[in-house]
Design a protein around this ligand. Structure first.
Ligand SMILES: *Cc1c(COP(=O)(O)O)cnc(C)c1O
Length: 434
């Protein structure tokens, strides 16, 4: 049976505990004590995402109370397509992996929905937490919507979402506040950091933790990372089973959850060649690869706001996996893209293919265009498209001079009535809403 341990100690916990506790008690992040290796031929890249996830993740679940239910959990959570859209063919082939066909139109639906399905099952056993369990989440935009949507109406679970008043886009705010039922939305008078401080203060209070059975669903939860490896597996297998070729990925990167999952997928034996991380003007990761010095810093605001991270948490996992910075340089590369270039890329790609991408996806497209010809020739590159352009309409539409139609699911959410309470950034006020 596979167990999980903290990046900072050798103590091991079962899968269920790693999922329910989010971070390890020593402040480290949970990682599997070993990675299984699969034969690519044993998986079917042309099946749905759920069937790939079921096979890829089986070793992590084997022996746990969820093992028998993995197929059902995957089918329940991963019930939307992740199409590989060919953009350019020939000797330098380019595709886009579209991860925005879930309910909130961003890749975070994959991790959040899988986590919600797992937690929903775990709480019914009562072994790791007593329902009702309260998921407390601070968000600067995309995460909160994906989590609220994923946990909405799940028995035994409720969600409290904190977002900074006036600092998320109108469409993002709507996705945070349109739920009702078991989802409570709170606008906090302050910044994202104030929201995060409140959440940390609540978790640091053992009485509150116990009374409300507080749990976290943030992006460092291993239950969100594991399913993300499945779309890298599916996309690379799909291409490999058709052509016998490997695929290389360029991944828009902030907290490094999405990018890290690609490294896992390759280590698990999937037909993946290069992995490139594209960041915005928050350059902590590319600077580290260049200089060898890890220097986290405060984040700066950019057009690709879901990647505004100055201290990417999942680097701790990546370093634990690859050793020193030389080990890291052997596995991945990274480069930063500034706002002016994001704007130019959005316009340029719209001219080229008539397609509107989101600002995050633009960072990856730009790095593809910058690759030396020798890197492009004879390779299949996949740019990871992390959100639908319609989520970032206020950035994209003026640049392209056209409106971007929201996908059906997003349009449905945007039409629902919204409701939220506003609180000061104080723990007492948060507690009164729990
Ligand atoms: C969260 C997010 C990212 C960054 O993903 P990480 O896992 O934090 O690196 C990129 N694009 C979009 C649209 C996102 O919502």
């Amino acid at each position: 049976m596979l167990t999980f341990s903290s990046t900072r100690s050798a103590d091991i916990v079962p899968l269920e505990a790693a999922i329910m506790s989010g971070t390890a008690p020593d402040g480290g992040l949970y990682v599997p004590s070993e990675l299984p290796r699969h034969q690519p031929a044993a998986l079917d890249g042309n099946g749905g995402l759920a069937s790939v996830a079921e096979t890829l993740l089986a070793p992590f679940f084997s022996g746990s109370s969820l093992a028998e239910r993995l197929a059902q959990l995957s089918a329940d959570a991963l019930n939307f397509p992740v199409p590989l859209r060919p953009l350019e063919t020939g000797s330098a082939a380019l595709s886009a992996l579209e991860l925005f066909h879930g309910p909130t139109a961003a890749f975070k639906d994959v991790g959040a929905r899988f986590l919600a399905a797992c937690m929903g099952d775990i709480v019914t056993t009562g072994a790791y937490a007593q329902p009702p369990v309260t998921i407390l989440v601070a968000t600067s935009g995309d995460t909160g919507g994906a989590v609220a949507s994923a946990f909405h109406r799940r028995p035994g679970l409720r969600v409290v979402v904190l977002f900074p008043e006036g600092r998320v886009s109108p469409r993002q705010q709507h996705q945070l506040t349109c739920w009702g039922d078991n989802v409570i939305s709170l606008a906090v008078k302050g910044e994202f950091d104030d929201c995060q401080r409140l959440v940390k203060a609540a978790f640091a209070d053992p009485g509150l933790r116990q009374e409300h059975q507080l749990c976290s669903a943030n992006s460092i939860n291993v239950g969100r990372l594991l399913p993300q490896a499945s779309y890298y597996a599916k996309a690379s297998l799909e291409h490999w089973q058709r052509t016998g070729e490997l695929s290389s990925f360029i991944i828009p990167t902030g907290n490094l959850g999405n990018g890290f999952a690609a490294v896992w997928a390759r280590r698990m034996g999937m037909p993946i060649d290069r992995i490139v991380f594209a960041t915005n003007a928050n350059t902590t990761i590319p600077d580290f690869l260049n200089s060898g010095a890890w220097q986290p810093r405060p984040s700066v605001a950019t057009l690709a706001s879901a990647m505004d991270v100055g201290d990417p948490s999942n680097m701790e996992r990546l370093r634990a996996l690859v050793g020193d910075v030389n080990g890291l340089r052997n596995e991945v590369s990274a480069a930063a893209v500034d706002d002016a270039t994001i704007r130019e890329t959005l316009i340029d790609e719209y001219r080229r293919h008539g397609l509107a991408w989101c600002p995050h996806t633009a960072t990856a497209l730009h790095l593809y265009r910058e690759l030396p010809a020798a890197e492009r020739e004879g390779r299949h590159w996949i740019v990871v498209a992390t959100a639908h352009a319609a989520k970032f309409d206020t950035v994209v539409e003026p640049l392209l001079g056209t409106t971007v139609t929201p996908p059906e699911e997003l349009a449905r959410l945007l039409a629902l009535p919204a409701d939220y309470a506003t609180i000061n950034a104080s723990l007492d006020e948060l507690v009164s809403c729990l």
